[in-house]
Design a protein around this ligand. Structure first.
Ligand code: RFL
Ligand code: PHB
Length: 389
């Protein structure tokens, strides 16, 4: 087979890239290791930055999002024994955010690719990029016992943190930066009316978050031990702990119900540089992971795809590789901004096992400063809503 861009991974990054390239007359094939059903079952992000909302609309993916997603003027931070703080993106940036699930975006992307006759090959085993610096790159994979070769001009590594793409970059050319946090997030989905705000709760028992997907679908998280197991968290325990971590007025208005999904995710910051090796370009979680506290992971995947699609369109249509040459630097500038914001919000809002009283005081003071300073509030709001592309 032959295509212009071989895309590894059918998560939001890979599917969106394929969709944008197709709208610009550029051919691609997406190779996904899992079944499509598995990809669509994963429950992940829920909050879209203003730039993500605008881009999805611009590329014809806004219709269902605008119908079913819920606009928010920002999110709240509820702090034990302190007045609530609003990260007011509307007030400070003029822009709202949107609660619309990654699962729904992925469904919309699959539907758009299917409607356009896009090639998405799922259950593609042992995907391998080859000859990335020779000028004749190709990708191989195996499906139902047959090995297939796809010749291409470029390879997009959109295969997430555990993908193959980043691993083919020689170790001496790749620099990685990493930080692990000593806890995870236990998340549940429940078919209950959500709490109206997206609300981050800081509490001496640990962090909690109330989020949402639709009028009858709520998403809640609690900070848990790094090595905790979901078996330790029957629904009753989850709700008891969640409600104990929110202010009383909030706890009183939360509608609890059985969970329909429950999972634990560790928190990690990770950035790999550069995001290019010859004809291979990394995008999304393949190149970087942020802790979910800032709601940035999916949004970064989208901004990477914005830069990468623009660069590939210039290169494929006009033979101009100037944007490809600056892709890694351009994307990384935005990545580091989001990595810093996500790290900062994670440090602010969680309970750390070996915190000293001094560190607790610093955290408290940092929160009080948000209340006291319009500039501090504006700074957080402009980062939360997303830095411009
Ligand atoms: P994905 O979604 O991981 O997709 C990668 C795809 O590549 C496939 N793959 C392979 N295919 C072929 N060959 C291989 N060797 C392959 N290896 C892997 C995988 O099966 C998969 O289908 O990466 P992508 O597209 O870069 O998208 C990134 C986002 O999924 C991620 O950043 C967000 O979900 C992070 N995230 C959040 N981001 C936000 O912007 N806002 C949020 O509110 C938010 N909340 C979250 C989150 C992530 C969470 N978890 C579970 C880590 C909340 C949670 C709990
Ligand atoms: C979610 O709705 O899953 C969500 C919302 C905000 C975050 C992280 C996750 O910061």
């Amino acid at each position: 087979m032959r295509t212009q861009v071989a895309i590894i991974g059918a998560g939001p990054a890979g599917l969106l890239l394929s969709h944008i390239l197709d709208r610009n007359g550029i051919d691609s094939i997406v190779l996904e290791r899992q079944t499509r059903a598995h990809v669509l079952e994963r429950i992940r992000a829920g909050v879209l930055e203003a730039g993500t909302i605008a881009l999805l609309r611009e590329v014809g993916l806004g219709e269902r999002m605008d119908r079913e997603g819920r606009l928010h003027d920002g999110s709240a931070i509820a702090w034990e024994d302190r007045p609530r703080f609003m990260i007011d993106t509307r007030k400070y940036t003029g822009k709202p955010m949107m609660a619309y699930g990654q699962t729904a975006i992925t469904e919309d992307l699959f539907a758009a690719r299917d409607a356009a006759g896009g090639k998405i090959i799922d259950e593609a085993a042992d995907v391998q990029p080859h000859e990335l610096t020779s000028g004749r790159p190709y990708v191989t994979y195996e499906k139902r016992g047959t090995r297939v070769r796809i010749d291409c001009d470029y390879v997009a590594g959109c295969d997430g943190y555990h993908g193959v793409s980043r691993t083919v970059i020689p170790a001496d050319l790749l620099k990685t930066y990493e930080k692990s946090y000593p806890f995870g997030w236990l998340g549940i989905m429940s078919q209950t009316p959500p709490y109206p705000d997206i609300c981050y709760c800081h509490h001496s028992r640990g962090f909690a978050l109330a989020s949402q997907r639709s009028p009858m679908l709520s998403r809640y998280y609690v900070q848990c031990d790094l090595h905790d197991k979901i078996e330790n968290w029957p629904d009753d325990r989850f709700w008891e702990e969640f409600l104990a971590r929110c202010p009383k007025d909030m706890a009183d208005s939360i509608v609890t119900g059985p969970s329909i999904e429950k999972s634990i995710a560790p928190l990690r910051s990770f950035v790999a540089e550069p995001m290019r090796y010859g004809a291979l370009f990394l995008a999304g979680d393949a190149a970087h992971i942020v802790p979910p506290t800032g709601a940035k992971g999916l949004n970064l995947a989208v901004s990477d795809v914005f830069y990468l699609s623009r660069a590939l369109i210039e290169a494929c249509r006009k033979g101009n590789t100037a944007y490809l040459d600056v892709y890694s630097d351009t994307a990384l500038r935005r990545v580091w901004g989001a990595a810093r914001m996500s790290w900062w919000l994670t440090m602010l809002l969680h309970r750390f096992p070996d915190d000293t009283p001094f560190e607790r005081k610093m955290r408290l003071n940092e929160f009080d400063y948000l209340h006291a300073s319009e500039r501090a509030a504006a700074s957080l709001a402009e980062q939360y809503v997303g830095l411009p592309y």
